[in-house]
Ligand binder design. Structure first.
Ligand code: C5P
Length: 225
């Protein structure tokens, strides 16, 4: 039915947003990029020069900010991102935001604010949501949970190509360092660490067409509807 909810989690560069967006398009579902919400708040903390050690200040920024995702299926990432009414879709993809986002995402009080908003976005169902804690925390009773993976080298290659295409002058080594540091922090944190849930279906994307991965997920949806 239309209440169906699909949770897609996995490490950086596994292809979550590309796959999630296309699955949503094929089903006529809403696509929600939860990582973009952490990125938008990270941008604000960087702009304000807030202290990263001050968790209560970070939580206050999260509570007092307005982060909006507007569905934009025709755009490369499928969502436009607004922070306090200002469009930050491009700005949140910067390497600098990428370097800091996992620090903010490790703060439990910040996560509480975003998780509540993310659950509200999924409340009507008919949704594909991607992130790190969708199947574990945001939608623990999602009708389908996917854990998307790819080899570390493939994940670095994708991130590198994405950043270069956006015009950022990053080296392979920079990207490799950032991706592995982000994965390490996302898996090691005590607040909602990234991990594969026992009821998630693991889908490997290395060397596969996006369409093949999307079709595999659509078959899983069919079986459970
Ligand atoms: O998905 P993306 O790579 O844009 O996410 C950026 C970061 O936001 C992740 O590395 C992680 O630290 C954080 N995040 C999270 N929980 C989510 C989505 C993203 O902690 N549901």
């Amino acid at each position: 039915s239309d209440r169906f909810r699909i949770a897609i989690d996995g490490p950086a560069g596994a292809g979550k947003s590309t796959v999630a967006r296309r699955v949503a398009e094929r089903l006529g579902f809403l696509y929600v990029d939860t990582g973009a919400m952490y990125r938008a708040l990270t941008l604000k903390v960087l702009e304000w020069g807030a202290a990263w050690e001050d968790r209560s200040q970070l939580a206050r920024i999260a509570r007092e900010s307005r982060v909006e995702l507007v569905p934009a299926p025709e755009t490369p990432r499928g969502n436009q991102v607004f922070l306090d009414g200002r469009e930050v879709t491009e700005a949140v993809r910067s390497p600098q935001v990428g370097r800091y986002v996992s620090r903010l995402a490790a703060v439990a009080a910040v996560r509480d604010v975003l998780v509540e908003q993310q659950r509200a976005l999924a409340a009507r169902g008919g949704v594909v949501m991607d992130g790190r804690d969708v199947g574990s925390v945001i939608l623990p009773d999602a009708e389908l949970k996917i854990f998307l993976t790819a080899t570390p080298e493939e994940r670095v290659r994708r991130r590198w190509a994405e950043l270069r295409a956006q015009g950022f002058d990053v080296t392979w080594d920079d990207v490799a360092r950032d991706v592995s540091e982000r994965d390490r922090l996302d898996q090691a944190r005590s607040a909602s660490p990234l991990r594969r849930m026992p009821d998630a279906v693991e889908v490997e994307t290395t060397g596969r067409d996006v369409d093949a991965v999307v079709d595999e997920i659509l078959r899983l949806v069919e079986r459970r509807r």
